[in-house]
Design a protein around this ligand. Structure first.
Ligand code: VGL
Ligand code: ZN
Length: 208
């Protein structure tokens, strides 16, 4: 059982990232049983939820002539354009119905400003707008963040990088994540996480 200073942070296990969803991650729903079992080993669980208004700047449909998976330049830098996904209040934005983490203590929503995307659960894509998660975890006395969810190479990666940057001991549970993998983004994500001192484990090798 994880101690009182450790949190399991479950990233974006939402219908739109699962098979049948608008931005389906291959086998995305395969994380659900792994995350459920993992969750029972933690006193403290926090969820993130991608939560975009209709017409969000990260949607290709908001940029005439652009297609999903192209990259454009926004005010804060490069932005991959996505299919419409995780629109506030939609079924796609809801957590996967099989997710069984009723003891989760907080849900951090992100990407709810129309002009700013947020892969990270901590800091949005302009790299200035904070979600409040760091302050929340600090006030709760958390020092260690164990991360699982979707997608490994986007929201899990960015969340893990920011957790490490904030000074939390950061661990990613590989088999509790699945990736989008655009143009080598998965290999790059693992390399960047390793360089940031983020530990990569499996649910079976995670020692708590
Ligand atoms: C995500 C792309 C767009 C994710 C969210 O959860 O990894 N990816 N929005
Ligand atoms: Zn999104």
């Amino acid at each position: 059982m994880a101690d009182d200073r450790t949190v399991l942070l479950v990233v974006d296990v939402q219908n739109d990232f699962c098979p049948g969803g608008s931005l389906a991650v291959t086998d995305g729903d395969a994380v659900v049983p792994v995350v459920n079992t993992l969750g029972r080993r933690f006193r403290h669980v926090v969820l993130t939820q991608d939560w975009h208004p209709a017409g969000h700047a990260s949607f290709a449909s908001s940029h005439p002539g652009r297609k999903p998976f192209e990259t454009i330049e926004l005010a804060y830098g490069p932005q991959v354009l996505w299919p419409d996904h995780c629109v506030q209040g939609s079924t796609g934005a809801a957590f996967h119905a099989g997710l069984d983490l009723t003891h989760a203590e907080a849900v951090i929503r992100k990407g709810f400003r129309g002009g700013i995307d947020s892969y990270s659960g901590f800091v949005e894509a302009d790299r200035r707008t904070r979600t409040g998660l760091e302050g929340y975890l600090r006030e709760r006395g958390i020092v260690r963040v164990v991360i699982a969810g979707l997608a490994t190479d986007f929201c899990v990666n960015w969340t893990a990088q920011d957790a490490a940057r904030a000074g939390f001991e950061t661990v990613v549970v590989e088999d509790a994540c699945r990736a989008i993998d655009l143009d080598g983004s998965l290999d790059k994500a693992w390399a960047d996480m390793a360089a940031a001192g983020i530990r990569r484990v499996t649910a079976a090798t995670l020692a708590l």
